[in-house]
Write a new protein. Structure first.
Ligand code: FES
Ligand code: FES
Length: 173
């Protein structure tokens, strides 16, 4: 059974959650008010999604839910019923790292790495909407993602590099 505090358990009996995760059909038993973050990490073993604040403030837990960037620490599991979830584990394709992941490596956009999965997912959401963002647009898109290590310059550079690479090689997947 998926994790859940006493309060979460009291909010309703367990459910069978059915969802698409990174393009694969998955099923997991959990409490309806369990956090999507916990379902991903502990129920499905997808520990790439990180927990920082646990209060919706830092963006470390960001994933895409039906294509929309969400803080998974604030999303009840039941909200993901029959939904599509994209996590950092889904970005690496058969050809290797996603251009965003490559760009973060090249630009030095990651240090301790706690913020990185959320940063990359936020950047992916941006590039799907706006393939050629300027610096202000990149900074605005990442405003909900906090990093205590890099000072953001290298992260912004990484997203700009990825945008340029994707523009020459096709749209982000
Ligand atoms: S852990 Fe979810 S926003 Fe910080
Ligand atoms: S790389 Fe450490 S918090 Fe961003």
């Amino acid at each position: 059974m998926n994790p859940g505090s006493q309060a979460v358990r009291a909010a309703g009996g367990p459910i069978r959650l059915r969802l698409q995760v990174n393009g694969h059909r998955r099923e997991v038993d959990c409490f309806p008010m369990a956090r999507l973050l916990d379902v991903l990490r502990e129920g499905l073993g997808l520990t790439g999604t990180k927990e920082g604040c646990g209060e919706g403030e830092c963006g470390a837990c960001a994933v895409l839910l039906d294509g929309v960037l969400v803080q998974s620490c604030l999303v009840p599991a039941v909200q993901a019923q029959e939904a599509s979830v994209e996590t950092i584990e889904g970005l690496r394709g058969p050809g290797g790292l996603h251009p965003l992941q490559e760009a973060f490596l090249e630009a030095g956009g990651t240090q301790c790495g706690i913020c990185t999965p959320g940063m990359v997912l936020a950047a992916l959401a941006l590039l799907r909407e706006e393939p050629d963002p300027d610096e202000a647009a990149i900074r605005a898109a990442l405003a909900g993602n906090l990093c205590r290590c890099t000072g953001y310059v290298r992260i912004v550079d990484a997203v700009a590099r990825a945008a340029a690479r994707l523009a020459s090689g096709g749209p982000p997947s």
